[in-house]
Ligand binder design. Structure first.
Ligand code: DLL
Length: 465
């Protein structure tokens, strides 16, 4: 920390305990204020705050969401029964399918008229997962995102180039509001038009780049091809997330863009980006903001809570969300936790790098894709058999998804017919799921049939370390 207006680059931040600034940093009206007390709170105090907020959050869910109320009641649980933080471990999990089953607004704890914004991410089938925010939720999110950006080394007065996608995806607007709250100048670039990104990064003097790590590498590659040396630009910090990435990838992108790359984590169901973020000082795990969330790691098979340091599935409970309180949401993300004090001085738990997921969701260039969604698209198309495989490869620094489909046996497999089917599959997947794919049209019977569970995905990407 200590990076607010200090003039030091992210790369040279010293390892020292955070210090609150004496003079207020230059800020836009209502902007984020660095709160050392919140980020370096003794753990006993964090837990006291969590218990108080958890009681209120469970009551919000119980009073206002019939789904939560009936499940808690079925266990004989009333909100007043929650006495200790550990009591949370006895409550039921919430799953992504619960959101789908109550599509679109059934898990909201506020009437639609109090919902200021909706976002959506891929659901497991045709319907997206819809999330909602009150005006206060959006403000809390902006605070946490500004806190995350400051933690990553961003500071008021920075130019923040935001290449996360704008729209229903939480990345673009999440980073946007956070950058404004921080008191930075935000460039709302969104993804794509890579040549233009490079011109604007250079001309506007961006110090911070927000993007998925794979897109950051694309920016580096295109710049190199064009003979632009972004290492000589003003870029100092990359705030990269929304997909799993490795230490090797971090080193690569840092070397090629000449910046310090920091990992940021979040998910729409819980809030969006800014649930947790690494600090520039240690780059050793993501500080999970425990004044707003409770993090647990469970054994994905038994559902039992694991002890600190053990690897399992991350489960998150929200403490301050108004519109969409979440009780023990199973993220499917695999990681481990550490409450060991960080070199930066922050006391909030660290979530170690997310190494993968324990469901079949793929993240292709930042877009979440479930095989079942692709299946739902294919089943609706004429001439295409319901047999398919998804092949994921790394081409350069980008993930490429190829959908292998089969023609129906009654279709004459001319070259033209294949081309028509390929284009139709590509077009429908792009417009319904939002991801660009290659399509290979195979002969009837060519896709391998399975005796047990069908193998839907061939993931040929190098494994994360
Ligand atoms: O990806 C929110 C986000 C935007 C995070 C920008 C960071 C930056 P969803 O689209 O709902 O939300 O996808 C959430 O993405 O459950 C993880 O599987 C994956 N994910 C997000 N951040 C990371 C990360 C946004 N740093 C899902 N490392 C999550 C690994 C990540 N996986």
């Amino acid at each position: 920390m200590g990076t607010h207006g200090s003039g030091r680059s992210g790369a040279s931040v010293k390892r020292k305990a955070p210090v609150a600034r004496k003079s207020a940093p230059r800020r836009a009206a209502g902007a984020y204020k660095f709160d050392a007390a919140a980020e370096t709170m003794p753990r006993a105090e964090i837990e006291r705050l969590q218990l108080r907020r958890l009681k209120a959050s469970i009551k919000n869910a119980y009073d206002n969401v019939p789904f939560h109320r009936s499940r808690l009641k079925a266990q004989g649980f009333e909100p007043g029964d929650l006495k200790r933080l550990d009591d949370l471990a006895g409550l039921p999990f919430t799953l992504k399918t619960d959101l789908r089953d109550h599509y679109p607004f059934g898990l909201f704890a506020r009437p639609r008229t109090e919902v200021a914004r909706l976002h959506a991410s891929s659901g497991t089938t045709g319907k997206p997962t819809v999330v909602g925010y009150t005006a206060k939720d959006i403000s809390t999110w902006a605070d946490l995102m500004a806190r995350s950006m400051a933690c990553a080394g961003g500071r008021p007065g920075d130019v923040i180039h935001n290449a996360y996608g704008y729209g229903l995806f939480t990345g673009g607007l999440g980073a946007h509001y956070g950058a404004e709250r921080l008191g930075a100048t935000v460039v709302p670039m969104s993804g794509g038009s890579t040549e233009r990104q490079i011109v604007l990064i250079t001309d506007f003097g961006a110090r911070v780049l927000c993007a998925t790590p794979s897109y950051a590498l694309v920016i580096a590659e295109v710049a190199e091809k064009e003979g632009v040396d972004l290492r000589k630009s003003k870029l100092e910090i990359g705030i990269f997330g929304a997909e799993p990435w490795s230490e090797a990838m971090r080193r690569e992108v840092e070397a090629r863009l000449g910046l310090r790359a920091v990992d940021i984590y979040g998910l729409s169901e819980i809030m969006g980006p800014g649930v947790a973020c690494e600090c520039a000082e240690a780059q050793a795990g993501l500080h999970g903001w425990e004044d707003h969330f409770i993090f647990e790691v469970i054994d994905p098979d038994t559902g039992k809570r694991l002890k600190e340091g053990d690897t399992g599935e991350l489960v998150i409970t929200t403490l301050t969300k108004e519109a969409l309180p979440m009780i023990r949401y199973r993220t499917r993300d695999i990681t481990r936790l550490s409450t060991e004090r960080c070199a930066c001085g922050r006391t909030h738990v660290r979530i170690k790098r997310i190494t993968g997921r324990n469901d079949d969701m793929l993240i292709i260039r930042g877009v979440n894709v479930y095989p079942s969604q692709v299946e739902a698209v294919l089943v609706g198309l004429p001439d295409v058999a319901p047999h398919y495989q998804l092949v994921v490869e790394r081409k350069g620094s980008m993930d490429q998804l190829t959908v292998e489909v089969e023609l129906m046996p009654n279709v004459v497999p001319t070259k033209e017919q294949r081309a028509v089917v390929a284009e139709s599959v590509r077009h429908h997947i792009k417009s319904i799921i939002g991801v660009t794919t290659d399509v290979t049209v195979k002969e009837p019977g060519e896709i391998p049939r399975s005796m047990g569970k069908a193998v839907r995905v061939r993931d040929l990407r190098p494994k994360l370390r």
